[in-house]
Design a protein around this ligand. Structure first.
Ligand code: MG
Length: 396
């Protein structure tokens, strides 16, 4: 891949998902700044081919080998190299022609390629929070060694990152992560307990993929983000505060030693943090909705309720325990959310499954990458056993 002067060459891992397609929208609006040179998708092979043709990608990778021949045929004659499998994605991270890697795969599956990109010293636009949740200590250490810069895409962490640009190097005393509260913010526990997946998938503020939308309904998303913030900003758990802010206008805040708080605001639109990460340190124009404060009226805040949303408490517990516990928690959550989306378990079975897994899974205090992969596999299998038992009880 050739490097064109002044233009940043972008690789998008997970190009057909919600973040991936919005990133391509940003790239479409700034052809003088960005080029999508490499696109990777897991299963959506037709969308991947359409993207490759529109953006004249130099290479694509389809992770599921079942679709490889179809992609190869569809792209023949288009000048796009076609690769297959996660190993090929990781190999591509060595390519000198790639400047920025946007990691927007869903869940733990993003870890391997993110580590490969970090080790190759690429600038990482990080949209895969599970990577830092499961292996934050390894990813951050690898970034220190290779000199890879990690720029957050998650809206809360982008907000914190943006707020810190104004601090002239002064460290944050505290991070205030805002949470919308999700679709069940005002519901009582009984009503939440019987919530259908259709209700859980109706997020009041953000349009996102189904995994993160369910995570928002349980508030596990905020828990994952607390752990993500711990690693990105080297912040101990006691100095990370979660506050419910249903309007989702303040995307997060940083508090300094003098008590001054800097916040980043905007209407919820993921293209803003995506564009900021790709364009950093520049700010580019974006055709998004701008804030009208007089019409906005009030911004409101409240403390999160860990009785109705136990997943958030579990995440703090996993973070305090450290080692492989966040990895165990994340794997159990992935299995439980998938089962909930299939209609096999109820809403609170998600957090019950995670809690049981955290008690029963084999724990490691200082896991290396191999141990993390093994822990993920073992915790998935443990969680699936718990889910089978729960699902069987429900159909009795
Ligand atoms: Mg977020």
């Amino acid at each position: 891949m050739g490097n064109t002067t002044g233009i940043k060459n972008i690789a998008i891992l997970g190009s057909t998902g919600s973040i991936g397609t919005q990133a391509l929208d940003v790239i479409r609006q700034h052809p003088d700044r960005f080029r999508a040179v490499f696109l990777a998708a897991n299963n959506s092979w037709e969308a991947l081919c359409r993207q490759a043709i529109e953006f004249r990608a130099e290479a694509v990778a389809i992770c599921n080998p079942e679709h490889y021949l179809k992609v190869k045929e569809a792209l023949s004659g288009h000048g796009t190299a076609v690769h297959c499998g996660m190993e090929a994605v990781c190999g591509m991270m060595q390519d000198q022609g790639i400047d920025i890697v946007l990691t927007s795969m869903v869940g733990f599956s993003g870890l391997e390629s993110t580590v490969a990109a970090v080790r190759a010293g690429k600038t990482i636009a990080l949209a895969n929070k599970e990577t830092l949740v499961a292996a934050g200590h390894i990813v951050m250490e690898a970034a220190k060694e290779s000199g890879a810069r990690i720029i957050p895409v998650d809206s809360e962490h982008s907000a914190i990152f943006q707020c810190l640009q104004g601090s002239n190097g002064a460290p944050a005393e505290k991070i205030h992560l805002t949470a919308s509260g999700g679709p069940f913010r005002t519901w009582d526990r009984d009503r939440i307990a019987s919530a259908t997946k259709e209700q859980a998938l109706k997020h009041p503020q953000w349009s996102m993929g189904s995994k993160v939308t369910i995570d928002s309904a349980t508030m596990m998303n905020k828990g994952l983000e607390v752990i993500e913030a711990r690693w990105l900003f080297d912040m101990p758990p006691a100095r990370i505060n979660v506050v419910v802010h249903p309007e989702s206008i303040i995307h997060s805040m940083v508090e300094f030693a003098d008590g001054a708080v800097i916040a980043q605001l905007g209407h919820p639109d993921m293209r803003e943090p995506i564009q900021y990460a790709l364009g950093y340190p520049d700010r580019l124009t974006l055709d998004n909705r701008k804030l009208d404060f007089a019409r906005l009226g009030a911004l409101t805040f409240s403390a999160p309720d860990t009785d109705r949303f136990p997943a958030l408490g579990l995440a703090f517990e996993a973070l305090r325990k450290g080692g492989s516990m966040p990895c165990i928690m994340n794997a159990a959550n992935e299995a439980a959310v998938a089962a909930y989306l299939q209609g096999r378990i109820g809403f609170y079975d998600i957090s019950d499954t995670i809690a049981e897994c955290m008690q029963k899974a084999e724990f490691s205090g200082n896991p290396d990458l191999g141990t993390i992969f093994e822990t993920h596999r073992a915790s998935l299998s443990l969680a699936r056993g718990i889910i089978d038992r729960t699902a069987a009880k429900r159909t009795m």
